[in-house]
Design a binder for this molecule. Structure first.
Ligand code: RIB
Length: 308
């Protein structure tokens, strides 16, 4: 079975409020363009992936920071309502909840400007306080929207406890040399693969990343699915995606992939089967406006896997 209930995922990452403005096209520099719609949606790669993993059937704990403001309260309530353990989401008196200003065009493509806020204050000491929570999970799922020293601490703690480490290196930024060998599965899109691997070709780049000591590299390809690079000597395994009804908003599609992928791995699936589940989740997410609202349920994922 490619996707089933069970398994636990601990997510270390960001919590944002997404401010989404829609227009037929993106304005050019200096142009004043009239938008067609505006809305606020909960987001942040960490929170998106935590909700995606929970909706895909995992038992999830979230580690992160929000501000002591209305956005932070909304975030904690939404995570808790999704059944996610929020004891490790700290309320920071010294910084606002992170936010993202998002432009969305008629084809569902986006442009993002992210303000870290409280996410930028997640620290190694926050992580050390959550060693028991991290050690109790089957999978640690992290991204790069909180400081890298906190991510390093989380990966180290997970590894020491025998917890599988899945790092979504998004947005791409340089990683400490000794972090690579702590990563069981690295998930990147094509742009991130090229930025981190240094080769213009995503497949060559993923080989470079495996050679740095990463267990397995998964490169997501948007509507074309993903490739899995199991080791340095193997050929990449291409896993195709699923037909999409209509692309409304691509924001959070990669997060849907990562959350559902991690939930599937935590339930005992292979990387290949988990990547199929991730593809199904990503294809569903682009059909719905907003990041967290678009994260699909296990039932939706299973229907898409069956071609329904
Ligand atoms: O991956 C999409 C997410 O990136 C958005 O929800 C936004 O908050 C940024 O973190």
């Amino acid at each position: 079975m490619a996707s089933q209930r069970g398994g636990s995922v601990v997510v270390v990452g960001s919590c944002n409020m997404d401010m989404v403005t829609r227009a037929p096209r993106f304005p050019s520099a200096g142009e004043h363009l009239i938008a067609t719609a505006f809305g606020t949606y909960l987001g942040g790669k960490g929170a998106n992936q935590a909700i995606a993993a929970a909706r895909a059937g995992a038992s999830v704990a979230m580690v992160g920071r929000v501000g002591s403001d209305a956005f932070g309260t909304q975030m904690v309530v939404a995570l808790a309502e999704a059944g996610i353990a929020v004891d490790a989401v700290a309320v920071d008196e010294g910084a606002p909840t992170g936010n993202a200003s998002i432009w969305l065009d008629a084809s569902g493509e986006n442009r993002l400007l992210i303000f870290a806020g409280a996410n930028g204050r997640v620290s190694p000491s926050d992580i050390r306080k959550q060693r028991v929570t991290i050690g109790a999970a089957s999978v640690l799922l992290a991204q790069l929207e909180v400081p890298i020293d906190a991510i390093y601490e989380a990966c180290t703690a997970a590894r020491a406890a025998g917890v599988r480490v899945v790092l979504n290196a998004a947005p791409a930024s340089p990683l400490p040399a000794d972090l690579w060998t702590l990563i069981d599965v690295l998930v990147v899109n094509q742009t991130e693969a090229v930025a981190l691997g240094g080769d213009i070709d995503a497949v060559h780049s993923s080989r470079v990343l495996v050679s740095k000591g990463v267990g397995t590299v998964v490169v997501t390809l948007g509507g074309a699915g993903c490739i899995v690079m199991p080791d340095i000597n193997s050929d990449p395994i291409a896993i195709s995606s699923f037909p999409v009804r209509s692309v409304v908003d691509t924001t959070g599609a990669g997060d849907a992939f990562c959350g559902a992928f991690a939930a599937s791995l935590a339930s005992g699936a292979s990387v290949i089967d988990a990547a199929r589940v991730g593809n199904a989740a990503g294809s569903l997410a682009v059909e719905v406006l907003g990041a967290i609202p678009s994260m699909p349920t296990l039932e939706q994922i299973q229907r898409r896997l069956q071609g329904r």
